[in-house]
Ligand binder design. Structure first.
Ligand code: EPS
Length: 392
């Protein structure tokens, strides 16, 4: 399975093409739209989300709500494009009127300056920010929604939520109270911030409100869990076959993500080996299993069969309503950076995006290992593999 996305933030459409999804998967636009809504309606988002009502259209690859094995094209309309038709016009020459909203003062922390240098966008850094905008993540979630639907048919569940916003941190120990990932989903999706508990949710909302009042932005940390993943996805044999490395790349590839860990490794750096390794146990019912999951579901770049535990660190959004110092690319004189409409925090949406990126990488890993033509055959092969692993 592979995919690509295209689209500018204020252009007419966002598009993705996915190849390699087996035939026979039941999928509807509603399956995708539900996930798109989760990404949109997150606490701390800005005015743009009042304009957009993200819904997907299947342009190919799906017939009568079933995948047919051909490339799947997904399309999401940018409603805000109506306000940008002249400025984003693909087929009109540049004029003083249609280049009004030029960006010449790059924002520290954003792709603006370096993107401009690299692509020689000397006249207008808008050419950078239109594509580097996190608007593009709408299509990663759309692709991830298809991946999640496939994984669900294979008994694999994936869910993301928010661990911290700025200094407000939930207690990850709360997780041990929940019996299943479905219960974690029910609880965290019930909170506007996707926090783990009600008290943290209130504190996070308060912090986000204060940050907005201060005309500032704030980052945080998200966590993604995946259950039902068979042991042995990925491989230890080469650096580029390690599945944890692929997931790390997928997470850090999300706009504003700066770090990733597995099994809460950032918290384990001060511990000794005897405190961290997951002891190996065996019983008739499960076969091999572990006494703990400090490795976050990975050993040697391969899944262990335990729950996958990934965390990602999201930096504060660089677009500030009280801009920092910058330099005008035209005059080379000092100015405050450009002010663009933006969100106060993207952490609450980032949890959904990270969840979908993990789903994409898990689906890819499964489709690398088993049949990719037809879902039923894939299910048969995976069931046989699970039995083999259990009987090892
Ligand atoms: C973004 C800036 C804002 C966000 C946008 C990402 O867009 P605008 O400049 O149009 O207000 O709302 O995110 C989305 C549109 C989205 O759907 O996630 C940025 O600069 O990255």
């Amino acid at each position: 399975m592979r995919y690509t996305t295209a689209g500018e933030s204020h252009g007419p459409e966002e598009i993705a093409i996915i190849e390699g999804i087996p035939a026979g998967l039941h999928i509807t636009s509603e399956d995708v739209n539900q996930e798109l809504a989760r990404r949109q309606h997150a606490y701390g988002r800005g005015g743009r989300q009042l304009i957009e009502f993200d819904t997907v259209t299947f342009m190919s690859g799906v017939r009568h709500q079933m995948t047919i094995g051909s490339p799947i094209t997904l399309n999401v309309h940018n409603d805000d494009h109506n306000n940008w038709t002249a400025i984003m016009a693909p087929d009109e020459p540049a004029t003083p009127e249609n280049t009004l909203r030029k960006v010449l003062r790059p924002r520290p922390g954003h792709a603006d300056l370096i993107g401009g240098m690299k692509y020689r966008h000397q006249d207008d850094l808008r050419n950078v920010l239109e594509r580097s905008s996190a608007r593009e993540t709408v299509m990663r979630v759309a692709v991830g929604a298809v991946a999640k639907k496939l994984l669900r048919e294979l008994g694999i569940d994936v869910h993301g939520f928010v661990l911290s916003v700025g200094p407000v941190k939930g207690d990850a120990q709360v997780l041990t109270q929940y019996k299943s990932l479905a219960e974690v989903r029910e609880v965290t999706e019930g909170f506007a911030t996707r926090a783990l508990d009600a008290q943290t949710d209130v504190q996070m909302q308060k912090l986000i409100d204060e940050t907005k009042q201060n005309r500032d932005t704030v980052g945080g940390m998200v966590q993604v869990l995946a259950t039902g993943v068979p042991a042995g996805l990925g491989s230890y044999v080469s650096a580029d076959t390690k599945l944890d490395a692929k997931i790390a790349r997928a997470i850090v590839g999300i706009n504003a993500f700066k770090a990733v860990d597995f099994g809460e490794a950032f918290d384990h750096v001060q511990l000794f080996g005897s405190q961290v390794m997951d002891e190996i146990l065996w019983n008739e019912e499960q076969g091999f299993y572990r006494a703990s999951d400090n490795m976050g579901g990975f050993e040697g770049g391969m899944t262990t069969g335990e729950m996958i535990v990934v965390r990602g660190v999201v930096k504060p959004i660089p677009t500030l309503y009280q801009p920092m110092r910058s330099v005008d690319i035209d005059t080379h004189t000092e100015h405050r950076a450009s002010i663009e409409r933006s969100d106060t925090t993207a952490v609450t949406a980032a949890a959904v995006i990270a969840e979908h990126m993990v789903a994409i990488e898990l689906a890819k890993a499964i489709l690398d290992k088993f049949d990719t033509d037809n879902l039923e055959r894939l299910q048969e092969q995976l069931a046989a593999y699970r039995t083999e692993i259990k009987n090892f």
